[in-house]
Structure formats: C-alpha cells, structure tokens
Design a protein. Sequence first.
Length: 132
Amino acid sequence: MRLTHLADYAVVIMTAAARREAGARLSASELAQDTGVPLPTTQKLMGRLAAEGLLTSVRGAAGGYALARPAGEITLADIVEAVEGPIAMTICSEGRTDCALDAHCMVKPHMGVVGNAIRGALGAVSLTELAQ
C-alpha cells in the first residue's frame, strides 16, 4: 500500500499545522511556503480537511485555518481517510462485486480483517507523534 500524493501532502500539511501554537490561525500561503506543497494543492487539501472536520476555517481579516481538535486526537488514519476515503485494500472490501473472481474468492471474507488491521495501525499514530 502506498499513499497517493494528495494523502502524503495532507499529512505534511497537517504535521506543519500541528507544529504551530495551539489555536493558531494558518493560511494556505503560509503552509505552502513552510511545506513546499504547491499553493493550489494546499488550498484544495485544506478545504477538504476542513470539510472532513480536521481543520476549522474562519473568514475575515483575522481568519484562517486551525486544527479542529488537539493534535493528539487526530490520527494518521483520520488524515488518510479524509483525503482517500475509507481504508480498503481491495475492491471487495469496499462492498463492490465487480471483481471477476468474486464468486470463487476464498480471500474476500478476510480482507475486512486486513483493512481493519491497517486502519488500526494508522490510527495508533497521532498527529502529535508525527509533528515531533
């Protein structure tokens, strides 16, 4: 399993945000400059992370983005799922049945266990740990 560029960039952005003072307002421009993630990508990801409840946004002169929860309560799994959707190793673990092997597959019943294990491992890593 490999993270997409967007998920990787989201982790980088959230980690940079976690290194700031608690409650600090962040702009996409600042985070793009701090991380090297292109500004349009940073803006897109910050909007998505806010929509998924990991960032809050405030409009106006004193506005910007801030972590929606303490960094210790945000996990790597939360960030990945905010960008990629639910963690699923195969199509069948998403509930789809368009696999050519679906009717005969002996592994399908176990893929949920694998996905849960991976989500558990990612869920055990907090944003605080990543920001150290």
